[in-house]
Design a protein around this ligand. Structure first.
Ligand code: ATP
Ligand code: MN
Length: 478
């Protein structure tokens, strides 16, 4: 047998009349003659031509949809339409049989909902093949971007004892016997007897530890799993998701916004340059779906156009206060079309408001800054006005919030005062406060939800379809 070659490599070149071995899974078997073979390296299949007369009938019958096979033969120019080259079979071996009758993946279109039930097999479809190759590329681009800028990739802990950040409900981590947990004098569960000698949880964010890194390396980023036990069953929330959190010393809010915008554009550009085939496939898929909708509900841009639009336009930057003015005077607010009417300064923005700003009013990504302190986290830098903090959220069309970030409060006294106001345990977070005691400096950072980025780039609409094995309320299959 000659050396195994990936199908992507064969299809990329015009070369013919050479021998190869390919291995993959049968997508379809047509006219007892043409196998569409896919090995996951590309969405495109290699046409493998077999001649029934040359083959052992028992072996021939085992060429079924879903079977894993190895084929050795010659790459020749294809006579048929649709492909430049094909593989003329000399030797075909069945590596793994597949009973096509019970194989859950069928040749006709199957719903994304059904695909979630067979997430263990859905990678073998064109749609999910494309989505997860793009996801891979984006992850690679994230590391490349920060590496080129000299950021240190810092691994922050996944099990943490601090539940102070308030970013979301946490999952408890324990080895205590749930049937008979040890109790203290007050009758409460005694976590002193737990594995770590204290109560621990899965992290909701690596930011606080990330700040410690920034105050030594200057620029760091994290890229890891985060967990939120929030019972929000939406198309944009997961209980386990991946977050990218850069943290930069000597950055102020504007530097933070500039970096976030450059970063998002970089990874989108990377994907356009490296995933064109997969993006074109998903763009076509989206177009087909749009055709089912009434004209008025169709999106004005295709997937590729939408990505290029983001690259070629500056994100709109406005303050929370300006946004409230726009929303207050907006048509849907006046006509009582918002579920949550916008009345006064200080209320948190709901997703319907964010979407109005991005999709209707500005029609491009928007960075909202300087939110009321009361609706943001304790660590954000307080503005002189005594009301707002130097927060920035980036809102994307179809997604809503994709980035949440801020300049951090570097002043020890102000930070402690704010923590006390919010009843955040100051002693427990002594290690966080130490950065403000020993050589504090202005710094800033943000968190980008990786799946929300993948949603945007792939044009998928449910976050469950852009992570291999989604964890959501009442669902942790596979
Ligand atoms: P949202 O208001 O959408 O719930 P958040 O304000 O809770 O977001 P942050 O705590 O600022 O979000 O987290 C930073 C980023 O992480 C968000 O901008 C978003 O991209 C992503 N993110 C937050 N929660 C989730 C989740 N449950 N599933 C997937 N991504 C999330
Ligand atoms: Mn949230």
């Amino acid at each position: 047998m000659s050396q195994r070659v990936k199908i992507k490599q064969i299809l990329l070149s015009d070369r013919t009349n050479y021998e190869v071995t390919v291995k993959g899974w049968v997508r379809t078997f047509r006219n007892n003659q043409f196998i569409a073979l896919n090995d996951g390296s590309t969405n495109n299949n290699l046409q493998v031509v077999v001649n029934e007369a040359d083959m052992d009938p028992a072996l021939f019958r085992r060429i079924t949809r879903g079977a894993a096979i190895a084929v050795t033969g010659e790459i020749i120019p294809s006579l048929g339409k649709g492909q430049k080259v094909e593989l003329k079979t000399a030797v075909l071996e069945i590596l793994g049989d597949c009973d096509a009758e019970v194989y859950p993946i069928q040749p006709q279109k199957q719903s994304l909902e059904f695909m979630r039930e067979i997430a263990h097999l859905r990678f073998r479809t064109n749609t999910f093949g494309a989505v997860f190759r793009i996801r891979h590329s984006l992850a690679f681009a994230v590391h490349q971007f920060f590496n080129e800028k000299g950021f240190v990739y810092l691994h922050t802990p996944i099990i943490t004892a601090s539940d102070a950040e308030g970013a979301g409900e946490m999952f408890r981590v324990t080895t205590l016997d749930m049937k008979k947990p040890p109790l203290n004098e007050k009758g409460e569960i005694d976590y002193k007897e737990d594995f770590f000698g204290r109560a621990t949880n899965l992290t909701v964010s690596g930011q606080l530890e990330g700040e410690l890194g920034a105050m030594a390396f200057g620029d760091i980023y994290t890229f890891g799993p985060t967990f939120r036990a929030e019972n929000s069953n939406t198309a944009r929330h997961l209980a386990e998701f991946w977050m990218i959190e850069p943290e930069m010393a000597f950055y102020e809010l504007k530097d933070n916004m500039d970096l976030a915008e450059e970063f998002i554009k970089y990874v989108i550009r990377y994907s356009l340059e490296h995933n064109r085939e997969d993006l074109d496939f998903l763009a076509q898929r989206l177009l087909d779906e749009e055709k089912q909708k009434p004209q008025a509900d169709r999106s004005p841009m295709g997937l590729i156009e939408k990505l290029e639009f983001v690259l070629n336009n500056e994100f709109m930057r406005i303050t929370y206060t300006e946004a409230i003015d726009i929303l207050k005077n907006s048509k849907p607010n006046k006509n009582k079309k918002f579920q949550f009417p916008v009345e006064e300064w200080g209320t948190d923005l709901q997703s319907e408001h964010e979407r109005y700003l991005v999709e209707k009013h500005f029609q491009k990504p928007v960075i909202l800054t300087d939110y009321p302190a009361a609706i943001k986290s304790f660590y954000m830098k307080q503005n002189e006005d005594g009301k707002t903090v130097r927060a920035m959220d980036i809102l994307f069309p179809g997604i809503g919030e994709i980035v949440g970030g801020s300049q951090r409060e570097e002043n020890y006294d102000k930070l402690v005062k704010r923590m006390e106001e919010l009843q955040i345990p100051v002693e427990e977070l002594y290690w966080y406060l130490d950065t403000r005691r020993f050589g504090t400096a202005p710094h800033a950072g943000f968190g980008l939800g990786f799946e929300r980025l993948v949603l945007f780039v792939t044009g998928m609409t449910n976050i469950r379809d852009v992570i291999p094995f989604p964890r959501t309320p009442k669902s942790a299959e596979f």
